[in-house]
Write a protein that binds this ligand. Structure first.
Ligand code: TMP
Length: 216
């Protein structure tokens, strides 16, 4: 398994990605508790959200009963990201902390780029603009068939979860395409397994990445 190379910033950014219902948030919560217990300086953020401004954008983009144009939606996610980067992620990485992000810019590429079929080059450009060029050191992609993911979702669908099945098929394929392009950064986790089995794989992957980063 090719392992990611550590970026120059003192901290470490690990992102958790996948389609709705893939189990990434449970795994991110458990990884946060595990690293904190080990005594690491670790912080857990979610996208869109975490800061008051980004949480307000989250409510707008996920709970609005009005339709939102696809380009407007793209900018809302990037706006939430820019605010979270400036106020939390960038300073934490510069202080040398470990930041766990429940979704990051790969979600924009997968949902707005592949799902909404927006221009991928433009989406990538805006991702870079919103993050100031920061990239995850390691990304865990929780992959599973759509049928299982849909069964696992909460009862009340949000605005995105109301999209048709074909949309989520494109999003899943999008995530898989991103992972194929960046095998050093992105590790695909088989998310069909039990939560415990998935979490053990998450721990092994993070441990292996930490060992490698200390060596290089
Ligand atoms: P969550 O429920 O996993 O927190 O994700 C929020 C929803 O927003 C989920 O349906 C995925 C979607 N999303 C995008 O479409 N683009 C993005 O850039 C992000 C971060 C999330």
């Amino acid at each position: 398994m090719p392992l990611p190379r550590r970026r120059p910033q003192p901290g470490v950014l690990i992102t958790f990605e996948g389609i709705d219902g893939c189990g990434k948030s449970t795994a991110a919560d458990r990884a946060f508790a595990w690293l904190r217990e080990r005594g690491d300086m670790v912080r857990l953020v979610r996208e869109p959200g975490t800061t008051p401004t980004a949480e307000a954008i989250r409510d707008l983009v996920l709970l609005s009963k009005n339709s939102i144009d696809a380009v407007a939606e793209l900018f809302l996610y990037e706006a939430a990201r820019a605010d979270l980067m400036a106020s939390q992620i960038t300073p934490a990485l510069q202080r040398g902390e470990i930041v766990l992000a429940d979704r990051f810019y790969d979600s924009t590429t997968a949902y707005q780029g592949y799902g909404r079929k927006l221009d991928l080059a433009m989406v990538n450009k805006l991702n870079r603009f919103a993050t100031g060029g920061y990239q995850p050191d390691l990304t865990l992609l929780f992959d599973l068939p759509l049928d299982i993911a849909m069964e696992r979702r909460g009862k009340e669908p949000d605005r995105l979860e109301k999209e048709p099945r074909a949309f989520f098929e494109r999003v899943r394929k999008g995530f898989q395409a991103i992972a194929r392009r960046e095998p050093r950064r992105i590790v695909v986790i088989d998310a069909t397994a039990s939560a415990d089995t998935v979490f053990n794989q998450v721990k092994r992957t993070i441990d292996a990445a930490f060992r490698r980063w200390k060596r290089t």
